[in-house]
Design a binder for this molecule. Structure first.
Ligand code: ADP
Ligand code: ADP
Length: 223
C-alpha cells in the first residue's frame, strides 16, 4: 500500500504545454481513474506519476519519497522494483509464451526462471486463463491477452499499478470483465492503482475519478 502524488506538475513538449500545474494525490491502496478529453494531458500525467517522464516543474512523490529528482537509473530501478504497468494493447512479447510473459517482471528483477514461472502460474486460474499458459500472444484473444498483461502487471506485487486505457482495445463486455479482475486483484494485494480511461463505465470501477482539462486536474467525482 503505497501513496502516489503529483504536486503542481508542469510539463511541456517543446512549445506544447501538456501539463500546466496538475496535482493529484492517490492514497495507499486507492484506485483512481484519470478521465478527460483527448489531448488534455492524461497520459502525460500518468507517465509523470510512474517516473517515466520528468516534469519541468512541480514534484512527484511515491510512498513518501520524492522521485522526480532521482537519476534516470534510480527511476528505472524504482519502476522495476515498485511499479507494474498495463497498456492499451497488452504489449506482450510475441516470442514468449503467456506464462513467460507473466513471469517477465520477476525474471527482470533477478528471480530464477523456475521460481518465476512458479509464481506466474496461479495467475492463470485466478484470471480465468487456465490452459493458456503455453500460448503465444498471437494465439490469444484480445481479452485473454489483456488478462495476461494484467497478470504481468501485478505478479511482482508492485506498490503501484499504472494502466493506460487498459480496456481501450476491447469490446465493452470484455473490457468490463478485465476491469473487474483488475480491481479485485489490486484490492487483494493492496496495490494502489492509477488508470487512464476515456470510458465512464470503466472509470466507474475506480474508488474515485479525477478529470484532467487543459493540463490541470480540475474536478473530483466520487463513485
Ligand atoms: P491525453 O492522454 O489526455 O490524450 P496526452 O497527455 O497524450 O493527452 O497529451 C497532452 C498534450 O501533449 C497534447 O497536446 C499532445 O498532443 C501533446 N503530446 C503528448 N505527447 C507528446 C510528445 N511525445 N511529443 C509532443 N507532444 C506530445
Ligand atoms: P539501490 O538501493 O540498489 O540503488 P533501489 O532499487 O533500492 O536501488 O532504489 C533505487 C532508487 O529508488 C534509490 O535512489 C532509492 O532511494 C529509490 N527508492 C527506493 N524505494 C523507494 C520508494 N519506496 N519510494 C521512493 N524512492 C524509492
Amino acid at each position: 500500500m503505497k501513496a502516489v502524488e503529483a504536486r503542481d506538475v508542469v510539463l511541456n513538449f517543446g512549445e506544447t504545454p501538456a501539463l500546466r500545474g496538475a496535482s493529484v494525490a492517490v492514497a495507499p491502496g486507492e484506485i483512481v481513474a484519470i478521465m478527460g478529453p483527448s489531448g488534455s494531458g492524461k497520459s502525460t500525467l500518468l507517465h509523470c506519476l510512474a517516473g517515466i517522464l520528468v516534469p519541468d516543474a512541480g514534484e512527484i512523490h511515491f510512498d513518501g519519497h520524492r522521485i522526480d529528482t532521482l537519476s534516470e537509473g534510480q527511476r528505472s530501478a524504482l519502476r522495476r522494483d515498485q511499479f507494474g504497468f498495463v497498456f492499451q494493447f497488452g504489449q506482450l512479447v510475441p516470442e514468449l509464451t503467456a506464462e513467460e510473459n507473466v513471469a517477465l517482471p520477476l525474471l527482470l528483477g533477478g528471480v530464477k526462471r523456475a521460481a518465476a514461472l512458479r509464481e506466474a502460474r496461479p495467475w492463470f486460474a485466478r484470471l480465468g486463463l487456465d490452459g493458456l499458459e503455453q500460448r503465444r500472444s498471437g494465439e490469444l484473444s484480445g481479452g485473454q491477452a489483456q488478462r495476461v498483461a494484467l497478470a504481468r502487471g501485478l505478479v511482482a506485487r508492485p506498490g503501484a499499478l499504472f494502466a493506460d486505457e487498459p480496456t481501450g482495445a476491447l469490446d465493452s463486455l470484455t473490457g468490463e470483465q478485465v476491469m473487474e479482475l483488475l480491481v479485485s486483484s489490486a484490492r487483494d494485494q493492496g496495490t494502489t492503482v492509477v488508470l487512464v480511461t476515456h470510458d465512464a463505465r470503466v472509470a466507474a470501477y475506480a474508488d474515485r475519478q479525477v478529470i484532467v482539462r487543459d493540463g490541470r486536474v480540475n474536478a473530483l467525482v466520487h463513485s
